[in-house]
Design a binder for this molecule. Structure first.
Ligand code: BES
Ligand code: MN
Ligand code: ZN
Length: 497
């Protein structure tokens, strides 16, 4: 899809389709009034026929309106303008776009001026519009023998801008969201791939491909032998039950020649989480192919910032392994020594994410990081706490957490803070090692105790942890990866420039 920003007169503009808002009870926006006037009352006449009230998400496509240059006028139902929420705005765009995406129009001009969800600005509206449209266009059909390769007619979306300043705003927003949606596509594709294709080795090859595409990226992959030399006993204990070797994938992005300390993004890359010997129940286990959603988010975010050529120093580290039961798998009660020297009693082999992450976090010391952010589908407990609406953010630096929350708000890729008070660690005591990786029997505050575990390995850093178990995946009919939180992280990085 091609996106443009231009100034148009809605009634005079020759195009395939103009898209204008109509509010509840058929109340017209200023643009609607203008169209009605030019069409000599045709619009109101149509509305009087009663097929369209302007309810939220309703659409009506009109053809050949008198004296209107555009072939089509698409009415988007926007509900009560005073009640308009951000999620309503997304819903409006989704149904509007779905109405025309398979039709005959090649170009559509959107008039969004009269929509102000929660006082959001024009930049936000365009960013959201493009994210919604690209989500509607996304298809994952590489394993379908019959593909839907009907060529799409609609190939250009124009956002009407009132003046030169708005055109500039829109252009910037378009540039950002085109890059972000490229990242989201990559993250979704990786998350949707089955685990018999998307193994740690596959992810390592994808990283190499990415570095071929963008000259600003450099890849370094650590094999198990090297991890062993570095004493990554926790990470290796996860992959030891699987035929698939673990990979620690590092991608360095250098967008400026300045010597900046890097921002390091660490992603959990469990390509399948069976639970190991602490086997998960079989219902829904297929979904554990997305347990590499953190790693996929790192890959997607690096794609977005490489597209945007941000003048930053960012390193992505992906801790990739498969968690399987087997003759060589670690067993409850096993004790491992982490790269940091601290010992861990593995009371639950299903708490494997923290085991791969802790060694990856210790490894990051060599980068002398400015900031470390880890992203992980770490706990079911974060879904109990926040559902699928918000990522859980924890960490040891209040300022960093505020920056992330601000980016989450700006991008509407929502997140919410949970505390990591020292007291939560009481749950993780071990009689045999320095601490345990889980507490059998007490599941309270599971998202936080997981973060507490990670905090044992990040004391020297400005660190935040994002638990994305709830947001990275849709279950049910819309089953599949969401591409979250690429938008949040890219916004965070945009704000660092
Ligand atoms: N990958 C899971 C967390 C998860 C659960 C992600 C549901 C997405 C949806 C993680 O490895 C895990 O199994 N966590 C355990 C931790 C527990 C054993 C302490 C959990 O959340 O139950
Ligand atoms: Mn697990
Ligand atoms: Zn897991």
């Amino acid at each position: 899809m091609d996106y443009q920003a231009k100034t148009h007169h809605p009634e005079k503009q020759k195009t395939d389709c103009i898209v204008i808002p109509v509010f509840a009870k058929q109340s017209l926006s200023p643009i609607g009034e203008q169209i009605d006037k030019t069409s000599q009352g045709h619009l109101k006449k149509v509305l009087r026929q009663g097929d369209f009230d302007g309810d939220l998400g309703q659409t009506l496509l009109l053809y050949n309106m008198p004296h209107i240059a555009s072939e089509r006028v698409l009415l988007m139902g926007c509900g009560d303008p005073k009640e308009l929420k951000e999620s309503d705005y997304r819903k409006i765009l989704q149904s509007t776009f779905s109405t025309i995406k398979n039709g005959g129009a090649k170009q559509a001009i959107f008039y969004l001026q009269d929509l102000t969800p929660n006082q959001r600005n024009f930049h936000w509206k365009i960013r959201q519009a493009i994210e919604v449209i690209e989500a509607c266009l996304y298809q994952f059909d590489q394993f379908k023998s019959k593909k839907n390769n009907k060529a799409k007619t609609l190939n250009e979306i124009v956002f009407h801008a009132d003046n030169a300043a708005e055109i500039n705003t829109a252009k910037k927003a378009i540039e950002e969201s085109v890059a972000i949606t490229k990242g989201i596509y990559r993250t979704k594709n990786l998350g949707n791939l089955p685990s018999n294709v998307c193994t740690p080795t596959y992810l390592a090859n994808q990283a190499k491909e990415l570095a071929k595409k963008y000259k600003t990226l450099k890849v370094n992959i650590l094999e198990e032998a090297e991890m062993k030399k570095l004493n990554m006993g926790a990470l290796l204990s996860v992959s030891q039950g699987s035929r698939e070797p673990a990979k620690l994938i590092c991608i360095e992005y250098k967008g400026s020649s300045k010597n900046q300390k890097p921002i390091v993004l660490v992603g959990k890359g469990i390509t399948f989480d069976s639970g190991g010997i602490s086997l998960k129940p079989s219902g829904g286990m297929d979904e554990m192919k997305y347990d590499m959603g953190g790693a996929a988010t790192v890959m997607g975010t690096l794609t977005a910032i490489a597209e945007l050529k941000l003048p930053l120093h960012v390193i992505g580290v992906m801790a990739c392994a498969e968690n399987m039961p087997g003759g060589n798998a670690s067993k409850p009660g096993d004790i491992v020594t982490t790269m940091s020297g601290q010992t861990v009693e593995i009371l639950n082999t299903d708490a494997e994410g923290r085991l791969v992450l802790c060694d990856a976090l210790t490894y990051c010391k060599k980068f002398k990081p400015h900031t470390i952010i880890d992203i992980a589908t770490l706990t079911g407990a974060v879904i109990v706490a926040l559902g699928t609406h918000a990522s859980g953010i924890m960490g040891n630096d209040p300022e960093l957490i505020q920056e992330l929350l601000k980016a989450a708000d700006k991008s509407s890729d929502r997140a919410w803070q949970l505390p990591v008070w020292e007291e939560y660690g009481a749950n993780m005591q071990s009689n045999f090692a320095d601490f345990a990786n889980a507490n059998v029997g007490d599941r309270n505050a599971g998202a936080i105790t997981a973060a507490w575990f990670l905090s044992r390995f990040t004391k020297e850093y400005r660190w935040a942890h994002i638990d994305i178990a709830g947001v990275a995946w849709n279950s049910g009919k819309e089953k599949g990866a969401t591409g979250r939180p690429v938008s949040l992280l890219t916004q965070f990085l945009l704000d660092q420039v």
